[in-house]
Design a protein around this ligand. Structure first.
Ligand code: FAD
Length: 302
């Protein structure tokens, strides 16, 4: 692993609220190779001047990226001037192991945690079996983290319901438990029909949830890849969306233009409906998120 990958130094930005009244956060995954790591830092350099509220790094399925997540989050925190958030899951780990990971973050000055249950290694379709000495779900994980110190905790929410939830009521109750246990906001699973998100928001508010519910926006860098990923998460890919990308498999330029138009349409509509916070699943790529931010009026370091 190269010690100083190209683009690693990101110019620190001040943390004043941007003038457009919108708040962005950006999600990355920990890179596996030197080439991927260079892209990670280049993407971060490009997006940093947009002044995200925080930048989060995921935790691979089954905790498989624990060391890499820790390394990337620590480097973002110490070298970029951005607020870094670490995803932590409880799948396949004892409470003590999870607690040690969280305390490691705290010792490195990282207090933002995205607390997630995680899925079994076989995927979201399989029932979740907690470790016998582990946290049994995300609500228990949040409570455990909150006991360890003062953390800013985000949790997951599902505009189309979690695939394993028994009913809407059970799904919303579960979200409420996570927030009551000490989380400050929910970030949603990706979704493509804004109606699903807005109905979900209504259900949550009707159940007395007042915490911010931040829409998770997935720009479509590659429709085939994103639709496969959405299917694995239990998120619906509507027919109208698939038809917009039909036949563009070998036409990268048009694909990128269509993707930019779609994400601009989705986010503009959410802004019109009163949303002012957005979490972007960047897939470690800058172009669509950067273009969208410009489209919304955000300028570098403004
Ligand atoms: P939970 O909230 O614990 O539960 C999910 C569902 O299980 C609930 O909707 C509920 O129906 C059911 N359930 C839970 N507890 C109970 C109970 N006591 N009684 C009845 N039903 C119950 N995965 C990773 O591996 N790494 C990541 O970094 C990661 N980051 C993510 C970030 C976001 C913003 C999102 C939306 C998802 C992320 N995921 C990640 C995926 C996540 O692991 C899966 O969606 C997982 O299936 C559920 O995690 P959760 O935290 O929502 O679980």
């Amino acid at each position: 692993m190269t010690r100083e990958p190209a683009g690693k130094r990101v110019k620190p930005t001040d943390k004043n609220r941007p003038r457009d009244g919108l708040e962005f956060s950006f999600e990355f995954f920990p890179p596996k190779t030197d080439v991927a790591e260079t892209r990670f830092w280049n993407t971060l350099s490009k997006l940093a001047p947009l002044k995200p509220r925080f930048v989060s790094v995921t935790y691979g399925a089954g905790g498989s990226t624990r060391e890499r997540t820790l390394r990337m989050v620590s480097a973002i925190n110490s070298e970029t001037g951005l607020d870094a958030a670490a995803h932590v899951t409880c799948v396949g780990a004892t409470r003590d192991e999870v607690d040690r990971v969280v305390l490691d973050y705290a010792n490195k000055g990282i207090s933002r945690i995205v607390a997630i249950r995680g899925d079994p290694p076989e995927g979201v379709g399989q029932p979740f079996q907690p470790h016998p000495d582990g946290y049994e779900n995300a609500a228990a994980l949040v409570a455990g983290i909150a006991r360890l110190g003062r953390f800013d905790i985000s949790v997951a929410a599902y505009p189309e319901r979690h695939p394993q939830s028994e009913s809407w009521d059970a799904d919303i109750d579960n979200l409420k438990r996570k927030l009551d246990a000490g989380a400050t906001r929910a970030i949603t699973q990706l979704f493509f029909n804004n109606g699903d998100f807005l109905r979900f928001l209504d259900r949550a508010r009707a159940a007395g949830i007042t915490a911010p519910i931040v829409p998770g926006i997935q720009p479509i860098h590659n429709f085939t890849q994103v639709s496969g990923f959405a299917a694995r998460c239990g998120a619906r890919v509507p027919h109208w969306l698939a038809s917009r990308f039909e036949g563009l498999e070998n036409d990268n330029e048009t694909h990128a233009l269509v993707a930019a138009a779609i994400v601009a349409e989705q986010v503009t509509d959410l802004v019109k409906n009163g949303c002012n916070q957005f979490h972007f699943y960047t897939m470690n790529r800058a172009s669509l998120v950067y273009a969208l931010a410009r489209f919304l009026g955000r300028r570098d370091n403004t």
